[in-house]
Ligand binder design. Sequence first.
Ligand code: 3PG
Length: 212
Amino acid sequence: MKGLQCLIKMKEIFKKYKLIPLATLKSKEEVKNISRLLLDNNIPIFELTLRDAAVYEIADEFQNFPEINLGIGTIKTKSDIDFALGIGAKFGISPGFKSNLSEYAHKNDFILIPGVVTPSEVLQAISSGHDILKFFPAEAFNGLSVLRGYQNVFQGISFMPTGGINNNNMQDYLKLDNVIAVGASSLLPQELITSKDWDQLDARLKNHLIYT
Ligand code: 3PG
């Protein structure tokens, strides 16, 4: 599946799961365990953030879990897009907007969700052909109020707030008509991954208010 069809499918998946778990995984064992936990709990979506050199070495392990709709996060360069394409990622998320990255993603038929905060950044991203935008860092920039203010101004544009999203505020974000999904590391805390506490991670996924 390519291009527009792929984007339509991904939008459906974002809407269905609402909360995209994200983490920086650093070993193939972590990839295997997290993938199994996600699939066991019927959450076939994950954002792997590029925040450690080890990620580049282990990410291809996801190819053993093709049911997971894998996104690559923290995309900052064209070579990050090449990396994401190389391991078969379905989408990419960038903390900001850069027109050369946007062009490169379009040229390669890669779904890139650029990060924005201000109205000018939103306009730039829209004029480069994007209609799903990451709003980052959401809490630091008063995301709920700002996104409420964007509803009438940027009609037809969906936002994916991340940065400081947790169980206490995610429902409020998800109630906004222009929020397609939220992303959060709070679902799979890094310390539980590092300590290999798979049982506790499993319990967090099982009992999560968004998925139950
Ligand atoms: C991101 O990359 O989207 C953010 O770092 C996620 O922010 P969080 O760690 O506060 O969830």
